[in-house]
Design a protein around this ligand. Structure first.
Ligand code: ZN
Length: 308
C-alpha cells in the first residue's frame, strides 16, 4: 500500500511520521533547533543547514521503503500559494522567500508539498473527524493562536496564504501589541502567552499558563479571570468567523486545550450570545484528541492528495 510522510516542523523539533492512509506506522522525532540556527547564522547559511538536517533525517526512511510516494510538510510560516515560497516565518527569523518544496524535492527526488502548520493541523483534524461533507474550523491555542479552515473537502489557504488567520482578528480595540504589528489581536488573549499576560497584568507575577491553570483550579480569582478573558475573546472571534463561513464543526487543539474546562462555560455563553439566533446550538465544538499528531497527519494527507 502507498505510504506518505508527514512532517511537522517546530522551532525546536522535527517530527517525521510515516502514514499508510490515516494510520501512523512509524514516527521519529529529531531535536533540530531551527530557531537557534536562524538566530546564529546568515539567512543563506541557516537555510542550507536546515535543508541538510531535513534531508539527513529523511533519506534513510525514503531509501529503505520504496512504497513512500510523497512528503508533506507543515511549516511555521506563511506560504505563498502560487510560488510555494515561504513568505515569512515568525519563529524562524531571517528566512524569507526560500522554497522548501522545490529545494527539498530536488534533493531527495520525491514529490514534496509544503503548507502552513496550522493548515496541516486543520486538515489532519478534518480527516480524523471523518465527516467528509462537513466544513471544519481548527483553532490551535498554543504560544499563539493558529487556525485553519476546510470547506468543500479542501483546505482554504486564500490568495496570499493568509486565509483564516483567526489569531489576528482584533477583539480589543487599542489592546495589547501583537507580533503582527496590530493591537488587540485574539492571540494576545486566548493563547498560552495571552493567559500569562492577563495574569501578569493582574498580579505582576509571571507564570506559565500551566501554573496559572493549577491556580485557577484551586479557585484563584486572578487565574480564573485570565482564562475567562481567553474564553471571551476566543468566543468573540469564532462567532464572527462562523458568520462568514457558516460551518458546523470546530476543533480546538494546541497546548491550552488541556485547560478547556476552565474556559468552556464563559466561552459557550459568549459564543451563543454573539451568534445569530439561527446558528445557535448548531455548531459542534470538539476538543482535539490527536495529541499533536494532527499536523503530521494533515501534511501526509496533502502529500497523498498531490498524486498526479
Ligand atoms: Zn496580530
Amino acid at each position: 500500500m502507498a505510504k506518505n510522510i508527514g512532517i511537522d516542523i517546530g522551532g525546536t523539533n522535527l517530527r517525521i511520521g510515516v502514514f499508510e492512509g490515516l494510520r501512523l506506522i512509524d514516527e521519529s522525532r529529531i531535536r533540530a533547533d531551527f530557531s537557534q540556527i536562524c538566530k546564529g547564522n546568515s539567512p543563506e547559511v541557516a537555510w542550507q543547514r536546515i535543508l541538510t538536517m531535513i534531508v539527513d533525517a529523511l533519506n534513510p526512511i525514503v531509501k529503505s521503503d520504496s512504497d513512500i510516494e510523497a512528503i508533506g510538510i507543515g511549516f511555521p510560516g506563511f506560504i505563498n500559494p502560487v510560488s510555494k515560497e515561504i513568505a515569512q516565518s515568525p519563529n524562524l527569523p531571517g528566512l524569507k522567500d526560500v522554497n522548501l518544496q522545490q529545494d527539498l524535492s530536488r534533493m531527495i527526488n520525491k514529490r514534496v508539498v509544503v503548507e502552513n502548520d496550522a493548515n496541516t493541523a486543520a486538515y489532519g483534524e478534518y480527516h480524523l473527524l471523518n465527516k467528509p461533507d462537513s466544513g471544519l474550523i481548527y483553532l490551535g491555542l498554543g504560544t499563539g493562536v493558529g487556525s485553519g479552515l476546510v470547506l468543500n473537502q479542501k483546505l482554504v489557504v486564500g490568495e496570499h496564504g493568509c486565509a483564516m488567520e483567526a489569531g489576528h482578528i482584533i477583539v480589543m480595540p487599542n489592546g495589547r501589541l501583537c507580533g503582527c504589528g496590530n493591537k488587540g489581536c485574539v492571540e494576545q488573549y486566548a493563547s498560552a502567552t495571552g493567559v500569562s499576560i492577563s495574569y501578569l497584568d493582574a498580579t505582576q507575577k509571571k507564570l506559565p499558563s500551566s501554573e496559572i491553570a493549577k491556580l485557577a483550579l484551586q479557585g484563584d480569582k486572578d487565574a480564573l479571570m485570565a482564562f475567562e478573558i481567553a474564553a471571551e475573546t476566543l468566543a468573540q472571534a469564532l462567532a464572527s468567523i462562523i458568520k462568514v463561513v457558516d460551518v458546523s464543526e470546530v476543533v480546538i487543539g494546541g497546548g491550552l486545550h488541556a485547560s478547556w474546562a476552565l474556559m468552556e462555560n464563559t466561552f459557550m455563553n459568549r459564543f451563543n450570545q454573539d451568534l445569530m439566533a439561527v446558528l445557535r446550538n448548531k455548531i459542534t465544538i470538539t476538543i482535539s484528541t490527536a495529541q499533536d499528531n494532527a499536523g503530521m497527519l494533515g501534511a501526509a494527507m496533502l502529500a497523498s492528495d498531490s498524486h498526479p
